[in-house]
Design a protein around this ligand. Structure first.
Ligand code: C2O
Ligand code: CU
Length: 545
């Protein structure tokens, strides 16, 4: 145990108990309540719920727009650099963000637009405390993944496709999939937890005609990024991943603000909620007990709307839902609360997320979405697959090794992939083939949000029963709860090697990640080698292009 960790434990009153000593304090749900809080903030500096104003996410504009053979091309650039966030009322928090901004700037494009995203690494001389062994001597290394987009392997943020300080990598995205709420975030080997916790995450939206015809737009289409954080007494973020089991903050942020309050008109709103927490899953519900109307999952629109009063929301999952505020009197406050899930570590205030304050401002009733909850939505490739199309059923066991104490998938770790020269794979589906994968959490009662790159999948069953109502849409992350066996179905439409991993980021970093190879036979030359096919370049240009 190093000094920082020891002082963290002492400061939160855990020093005497030690790391393993708190299992006796389990709540009925199985959640661990360690202390009232995890932060070292004084009471005066600890943020209060429902005081901060809700902030919309910042938006990134392209620096260049053009056409190439009838395809619209938009060029964007972000610099990963150090910045300062104003999260606490009296203290500021150093962060690392795309353009220094946390949360990062949203990219929003029409379906079919080709995007070039240049990610420049301006983290010269920056190191995470205790993270030195995995870093480059010149500073932090990066790899950027557009999560939810079927990118070519060389643009998919392969964990060892490293962009070092002073370099930039230009990623190319075709955006040819249906409208969806996705996100870009760092994915560097062993550094993902630290890099994302420091702020390297942002939303990315693909828009299209289908969602425009059905769902609220503009100011009534509200993107929210959830995260949780804990603080040192001086306002710096405190890091503790509890021996790689998970990072559990005591402050819940929505778009970088603690438990904010948002004013809403008396009409229907669309919320796109990304859980960008490092480890925490949520079980959100409205304080009124009213239902929300789920319309989209990770890969876009569901075939039909599903009304639910609560849902389970793992890291990296996205859910879009409608809330009808027309039914509440002006002045009503509706809180979005969190009843949590087994195996989270909860604190005094993690049962809250944010609040809505219903105001009496005039509502434009000529907009048909103002009070419409559509029932029938849009089908998709993934949702029209049937199990009979599957040519292979595979089994992925998500567990922790009793011998090495390392998280793994079928006994394989990312370290094994590295040691094999990036040839070792967990699966080798044929190009265009449909497969069924059984994902099973077999030990220790953990939950693992499993993310399969490249594909949109359909959840076929959980423990042999139908999936939950809210997850009946195209997905790329699935909540595999304690002792759950989840069956997913998907088609593999691009050739090359792609990662598959747990999205509890300390699990991913240590070392619950593997890869699969689509189409190519073992040892065949790979024209889309995820590391070699598109290299980062030295970056000497000014910041804004
Ligand atoms: Cu959002 Cu491979 O990650
Ligand atoms: Cu996990």
């Amino acid at each position: 145990m190093d000094l920082t960790r020891r002082s963290v434990l002492t400061a939160t009153g855990l020093g005497a108990l030690g790391v393993m000593g708190y299992t006796g304090l389990t709540r009925p749900l199985g959640n661990e309540v360690l202390t009232k809080s995890a932060s070292g903030l004084s009471d005066r500096n600890f943020p209060r719920a429902y005081r901060a104003a809700f902030r919309p996410l910042p938006r990134l504009a392209p620096y260049e727009v053009g056409w190439d053979d009838g395809v619209r091309v938009e060029k964007y650039a972000v610099s990963a650099r150090v910045g300062t966030a104003q999260i606490l009322p009296n203290l500021s928090t150093p962060v690392i963000g795309y353009n220094g901004s946390v949360p990062g700037p949203t990219i929003s494009v029409e379906r079919g637009t080709r995007v070039h995203l240049k990610v420049r690494n301006r983290l010269y001389g920056v190191q995470h405390p205790e993270g030195l062994e995995h870093s480059h001597e010149s500073g932090l290394v990066l790899s950027t993944h557009l999560h939810g987009h079927a990118s070519l392997p060389e643009y998919d943020g392969y964990a060892d496709d490293r962009t070092i300080p002073g370099y930039a990598k230009e990623y190319v995205y075709e955006n040819d999939q249906p409208a969806r709420t996705i996100w870009y975030h760092d994915h560097a080997t062993h550094l993902t937890t630290r890099n994302v916790y420091s702020g390297l995450a942002a939303q990315y939206h693909i828009r299209d005609e289908a969602e425009r015809a059905l769902l609220p737009q503009g100011e009534f289409d509200v993107a929210m990024t959830l995260s949780d954080i804990m603080f040192e007494s001086d306002g710096r973020a405190r890091f503790d991943d509890k021996d790689h089991s998970g990072l559990w903050g005591d402050v819940v942020l929505v778009n970088g603000q603690p438990w904010p309050v948002m004013k809403v008109k008396r009409r229907v709103y669309r919320f796109r909620v990304l859980n960008a927490s490092i480890s925490r899953s949520y079980r959100p519900y409205l304080s009124t007990g009213d239902a929300v109307h789920m319309v989209a999952t990770d890969g876009g629109l569901m075939p039909t709307t599903r009304s639910v009063t609560t849902w389970r929301h793992a890291p990296a999952e996205r859910y879009e839902f409608l809330v009808d505020f027309s039914r509440y009197a002006p002045g009503t406050q509706v809180n979005l609360l969190n009843s949590s899930n087994p195996k989270n570590v909860d604190f005094d205030h993690t049962g809250k997320i944010m609040a809505f304050q219903v105001v009496d401002d005039p509502v434009d009733t000529s907009d048909p979405t103002w009070r419409t909850i559509p029932t029938s939505l849009v089908g998709s490739e993934a949702m029209s697959l049937t199990p009979s199309q599957s040519v292979k059923t595979r089994y992925l066991e998500l567990k922790k090794s009793d011998v090495t104490n390392v998280w793994n998938i079928n006994g394989t770790t990312w370290q094994d992939v590295i040691a094999s020269g990036y040839t070792k794979v967990l699966a080798d589906p044929g190009l265009h083939s449909v497969e069924m994968w059984d994902l099973h959490t077999s030990s220790g009662g953990w939950f693992h949000p499993l993310h399969i790159h490249l594909v949109d999948f359909q959840i076929v069953s959980r423990n042999g029963k139908a999936p939950f109502a809210w997850e009946r849409g195209p997905k790329d992350v699935v909540y595999v709860g304690p002792d759950e066996k989840v069956r997913v179905l998907m088609r593999f439409e691009r050739e090359g090697r792609y990662m598959v991993h747990c999205h509890n980021l300390p699990h991913e970093d240590h070392d619950m990640m593997g890869q699969f190879r689509v189409g190519l036979s073992a040892g065949a030359p790979d024209p889309h080698d995820p590391i070699a096919a598109a290299r980062p370049a030295i970056d000497t240009e000014p910041d804004d292009r």
